[in-house]
Design a protein around this ligand. Structure first.
Ligand code: ANZ
Ligand code: ZN
Length: 891
């Protein structure tokens, strides 16, 4: 054994051993020594994108997962921890445009580097199950599932609206549109309608919502709420304002009905305008007659159309000059075109109630539209100068200015107005969803080819199963001017499966969320050439513990749930939900630096590219880019991310301190679900702890090795002195605490507990002064053995090595396969304990009592105690006993 902790040597040795013995490979139906089946546990981390190198967010995610896996293994579970690559997607294409290497080459190079880093982290991954989304052996099953879903009616073809760059003549993804312009050309982006494929996720809205409450109790409340909000179920009234607007041919437009949806029928009498989206057919109609309106609509078309963008955008509108008729008052209501009305929600048109809807309020104020209060609350004054949140409150409110509905509360008014509208055939109750069908076509190269063929005679024709996979050519280098598949004759040319005539292959590829919707299922059935999944899935699924970032709370996790339900309905599996328990790890934060580039975009720099200098005469720090010596801006602490270029390369930390130190720091710095601030000094602290552990083990190596060679198990049945009893008491109390924290995934406190144990051992050694007797050696061996096992899931290399060096493996086998320590009840039994007496929470005295004394007996003894007797005549209100600790008497 080396005198000093040599992390390089230790980690290399351990990893080589693990790799050569394939120690982390798992099989289905593994058994215990007694022949009974082990309980399975599927612990999965979210699939990483091979961006280049691991960042700390990855490392944190996998360390948490690894710790859980190793702990559960020692507890006798059969644990699967797989890994794979979310290897399709845009960054590979962008890298190709930039450095002229193919996305495939770039991706595989990154994968091989990141895999090396994962090995260096010492993760207990079963690499025999590795999957890679851009490998045909995986994506052919995307194609197969797509065809199945087409057959089953889940996939359909429809037009989709895309961002069109008129200069580059290409479709842009949303993130390539910057302030309404193309990211490369700078041209104003247009909307175009093109055909695409959709998945009917809306068929599953009700079930997806319902199961959030019934089947995902072990998911974070926050994620369930976000999904709920995303699906956006609302119940309301769908009805029409009638009108006499004529179309170009002189016919009544849309049967004379302007259909709107409202969740607040009780405010119908407060309508002072109607508004339609600029994409509404009526808007198109008026734009043909009115040049001003046409210009306004063109202005609306630029810029983002996402709801989040619209919410923050200035509210703009224009009066169409047209009117519709109020269904109750029969008054004329003017119709506006307005940029906050979404075409793809409800009917793309609304009734405007400025007094009680915040957006309508600001809109009406801006354009001087009447604000008519119809909801009131006692004691509250309605003030048109500014919006008040109670204006939308329905509790404790009643109707005013509403004719026959005056005085009704909001619920009754809603019911009355519902009845009126329904009876007069103006409309009906309706449930509206925010959730839209999932558009899966991408006009990109680096993705799973959609297995369809476009034939001039037969239209879009699906390939047959035997034609799969449709291989993606791997050698193309996109140049930014559109999808290179479109120029690849070899790829495009094909025969129509229906008429056998010449046809063209579909060049759109699938959204990469398709890859991540079911990859975890493929882990259970790896290398199966004949089917996507097999019966092994039934053993491993569902995922028992899924760990990943909150940024995937909605899309990925909703799509994965949907995908599972579709597969169930197609008879491929028997699961309602794919993920039993979810942990969303907190973010890893670090300093951020940036500078504006000449295109106006922000360019971010990593802290290792920055030189910080401090002006001698002031506190002001200066930040410079080392490369060119010119200043950059410090943006404070924010999430480590690719886009902010503020990651710390784990490799640098591993090289300098070792993987165990990095792991220990990450686990210790904060509980898994909270944010973690990167800190160099924290890393150093973790490193000191491991060195101290090594030193104590090294100093006692002979005693421990000898003791372990005697092969006398953990037998402590002889007379111990007080010191030895005390250490054992503390040791097992701490083990109980560590067990508790492991169970509730409060991993940071497992580290603090193990720090306490090491301190206890240290002072024990000092007190016993290397007392060289059997009992000392036994107690020391026992406590270090337990400490190593508590620490092993966190720092597997050093503990694996010490376990061997000190001879523990002679009795208990390799630490990887040994059992979790059991509690010795005798050690935590103390014959007598001290109970503290408090009066009104203030310390008044104490007494010694048998440690198993009942609450009643503690009370009895306390009542006779001199410090209590004095207060007895004041009358006792309450007595609180905390067994083993104190009694508090409230007078
Ligand atoms: C009148 C009203 C009065 C409304 C009031 C709200 C409060 P949720 O709950 O999200 O379903 N709305 C309807 N269609 C819209 C569209 N295409 N674009 C923008 N807004 C639209 O929201 C339903 C409410 O959002 C509807 O109820 C409507 O405004 C608006 F005091 O009608 B409400
Ligand atoms: Zn054909």
């Amino acid at each position: 054994m080396k005198e000093y902790y040599d992390h390089n040597l230790i980690e290399k040795t351990a990893q080589t051993h693990w790799e050569s013995t394939k120690i982390y490979k798992v099989e289905e139906y593994a058994k215990n020594a007694d022949g009974s089946l082990k309980t399975k546990f599927f612990a999965c981390s979210m699939l990483p994108y091979p961006s280049g190198k691991l960042h700390m967010g990855h490392v944190r995610n996998y360390t948490i997962n690894d710790m859980m896996t190793r702990h559960l293994r020692m507890q006798g579970f059969n644990v699967l921890m797989p890994m794979g690559w979310d290897a399709f997607g845009m960054p590979a294409e962008n890298a190709a445009i930039k450095s002229k290497i193919s996305p495939s080459e770039w991706t595989y190079k990154n994968i091989s580097y990141m895999k090396k880093q994962m090995l260096a982290m010492g993760l207990a991954i079963d690499w025999s199950r590795e999957i890679c989304a851009c490998d045909p052996s995986y994506y052919m099953w995307n194609q197969w599932l797509f065809l199945k879903m087409l057959e089953y009616g889940i996939v359909y073809r429809d037009t989709q609206i895309v961002n069109w760059d008129p200069v580059d003549k290409t479709v842009l993804a949303n993130e390539q549109v910057i302030n309404g312009c193309g990211w490369r050309s700078g041209a104003i982006v247009e909307k175009r309608e093109i055909p695409g494929y959709y998945l009917r996720i809306t068929n599953y809205s009700e079930e997806l919502l319902e199961d959030l409450n019934n089947k995902l109790e072990e998911w974070p409340e926050q994620v369930r709420l976000m999904q709920k909000k995303w699906m956006g179920k609302s119940e309301g009234l769908d009805f029409a304002f009638e009108h006499q607007i004529l179309d170009i041919d002189g016919n009544i437009f849309q049967n004379g009905k302007l259909q709107v949806f409202t969740t607040r029928p009780d405010t119908l009498m407060g309508v002072t305008f109607c508004a339609i989206s600029y994409e509404h057919p009526l808007a198109k109609l008026v734009s043909e007659r009115n040049i001003e309106i046409k210009e306004f609509i063109d202005q609306c078309k630029t810029g983002g159309t996402k709801e989040s963008e619209l919410a923050t955008k200035e509210k703009l509108g224009m009066d169409t000059g047209l009117v519709v008729r109020h269904p109750i008052t029969k008054e004329d209501i003017s119709v506006w075109i307005c940029n906050y009305v979404l075409m793809n929600y409800g009917n793309g048109s609304i009734m405007g109630v400025p007094a009680h809807d915040e957006r309508d309020f600001y809109f009406a104020k801006k354009y001087d539209i009447a604000i008519k209060q119809v909801i009131a609350q006692n004691g509250k004054i309605f003030d048109k100068t500014q919006w008040n949140d109670w204006y939308k409150d329905t509790d404790n409110s009643y109707l005013i200015n509403s004719g026959i509905y005056n005085g009704l509360d909001c619920i009754s008014a809603t019911n009355e107005i519902f009845s009126y509208i329904i009876e007069n055939k103006h409309g009906q109750k309706k449930t509206m969803w925010r959730l839209r069908d999932w558009s899966v076509s991408r006009q990109r190269y680096w993705g799973t080819p959609i297995p369809m063929v476009n034939c001039s005679k037969c239209g879009a024709v699906p390939l047959s199963e035997k034609d799969l996979p449709v291989l993606l050519p791997e050698n193309l280098i996109p140049d930014g001017s559109g999808n290179p598949l479109k120029k690849d004759e070899v790829f495009i040319k094909c025969k129509c499966p229906k008429c056998f005539g010449d046809a063209q292959r579909e060049t759109d590829t699938m959204d990469t969320f398709v890859d991540s919707s079911w990859y975890f299922m493929r882990y259970t059935s790896p290398n199966n050439k004949y089917s996507a999944i097999d019966q092994r899935l039934n053993y491993w699924m569902p995922i028992d513990q899924y760990i990943g970032g909150i940024e995937h709370a909605v899309l990925h996790l909703l799509y994965a749930r949907f995908w599972c339900k579709v597969m169930r309905d197609m008879g491929l599996l028997q699961l309602d939900e794919p993920i039993k328990k979810l942990i969303c790890q907190g973010m890893v934060l670090n300093n951020t630096y940036s500078r504006r580039n000449n295109l106006g975009g922000l360019e971010y720099f990593n802290s290792d590219e920055i030189e910080i200098s401090q002006n001698k005469n002031s506190d002001i720090k200066e930040y410079k880019l080392i490369k060119d010596g010119s200043p950059v801006e410090y943006n404070g602490i924010s999430t480590m991310s690719k886009s902010k270029n503020n990651g710390v390369d784990p490799q640098v930390i591993i090289d300098k301190f070792g993987a165990d130190t990095a792991r220990l720091f990450i686990i210790f710095a904060s509980p898994p679900e909270q944010n973690l601030e990167w800190s160099e000094s924290g890393i150093e602290g973790a490193s000191r702890y491991l060195k101290k552990l090594w030193k104590i083990c090294y100093s006692n190596r002979e005693i421990l090795l000898n003791q372990n060679k005697k092969n006398n198990k953990e037998d402590i049945s002889f007379q111990l002195n007080d010191n030895q009893k005390l250490l054992r008491f503390k040791l097992y109390s701490n083990l109980i605490k560590a067990n508790h924290d492991y169970k509730r995934v409060q991993y940071n406190t497992v580290v603090s507990t193990s720090m306490k144990i090491l301190n206890d051992i240290e002072s024990f050694i000092l007190k016993e002064n290397f007392n060289n007797n059997q009992n000392y050696a036994n107690v020391l061996k026992e406590s270090i053995g337990i400490l190593l096992r508590i620490l092993y899931p966190i720092v597997p290399h050093i503990t694996w090595n010490l376990w061997r060096e000190l001879g523990y493996h002679l009795i208990m086998g390799d630490i990887i396969e040994t059992e979790w320590p059991k509690i010795d009840q005798n050690a935590i039994l103390r014959e007598t304990i001290k109970i503290v007496i408090q009066i009104n929470g203030k310390l008044k005295g104490s007494f010694i009592i048998s440690s198993d004394a009942s609450e009643e007996y503690i009370k009895e003894v306390a009542m006779k105690h001199e410090s209590v007797i004095k207060f007895l005549d004041k009358g006792i209100k309450r007595i609180i006993v905390v067994p083993g600790r104190l009694i508090n008497i409230v007078i």
